[in-house]
Design a protein around this ligand. Sequence first.
Ligand code: ADP
Ligand code: MG
Length: 387
Amino acid sequence: MSEAAAEVVAGRFEELYGAAPQGVWAAPGRVNLIGEHTDYNDGFVMPFALPHTTVAAVSRRTDGVLRLHSSDIEGGVADLRVDALEPESDGTWTAYPAGVVWALVQAGHPVTGADVHLASTVPAGAGLSSSAALEVVVALALNDLYGLGLKGWQLARLCQRGENVYVGAPVGIMDQTASACCTAGHALFLDTRDLSQRQIPFDLAAEGMRLLVVDTQVKHEHSTGEYGRRRAGCEKGAALLGVDALRDVPYDGLDAALDRLGDEEEVRRLVRHVVTEDERVERVVSLLESGRTREIGPVLTEGHASLRDDFRISCAELDLVVDTALSAGALGARMTGGGFGGSAIVLVEVPDVDTVTKAVKEAFAAADFRAPRVFEAVPSAGALRLR
Ligand code: ADP
Ligand code: MG
């Protein structure tokens, strides 16, 4: 997310639209350290921003025209009209930025058009939230250009609404908030009920550790349907237990709650994951705040077991990353993101980075899986204006 990237994106904007952009902004992808499938249960999450960003050059327009272009997608400039934006009318990438404009207008903000060109280093569809990076960078640009004065969490809400209603994807609030609100060297402890947040110092380099992201490069087909089914199961659990959301089931009341669910076997498993996962987030926060960073490793691994056995959204590739990394000496590992593919994270001591990376790659080759992409995740800045 450098001056150099801003230069390239601004240059291409000028070629496309015939004038320099009024500004250039960047918004990052994210990794969730802990707190998986809790964000639609009003629970806790703890993402941090990646150094990978989506950079957008943007100018405002006053004629109701919205022009969109991405370096990362084949095809020319999309030419839309702000007053003709229609939810679920667009099955292509432009639905994400158009959804942001739609949500702003719906909320009463006087957005009268824009020219947008963007380019991204966030891998798309890898569970690292390229969609939120795309939404947030556009939202922040329009916030600045139109002087809307919205705060990061407000932009995140509008982006989520765009993705839920305009794109038609029932996502929670974590990704957009992470992209908008994270700060370098920290993880974001976020209460998804009221969006209250705390920046938790998370500087692994200073403590001789690394967090590796292993992108399995697979996305199993059934993931969207399974996500909807988990959400519905969680809602059923909350209804059966008479609470607004599973977040309201206290950890020390979990056994009693499970008893009350009787023979609802699937709902019991989902409830157990969500309630124990919220507790794991709180445990990770308190370990990090008391400087016991290494001890978060086993909590991450516990989280993986819960996602695999109770929530049942892991897959052979993700399990292989976790099992292999732990056998090769990692401090902890878990799948991250929606599941059924995407990425896993691995906490590792610096001297073990190469051994663990090699072991995972060899295990994938031996299993005849697609070669994974492994990179180091440094907690980075949230969305910002570059120029
Ligand atoms: P994730 O958010 O985990 O990367 P999603 O399926 O939620 O995966 O979002 C990926 C989609 O977002 C892509 O299919 C594309 O439509 C859109 N997208 C992401 N990054 C870009 C980009 N740089 N240019 C154009 N579209 C993008
Ligand atoms: Mg996404």
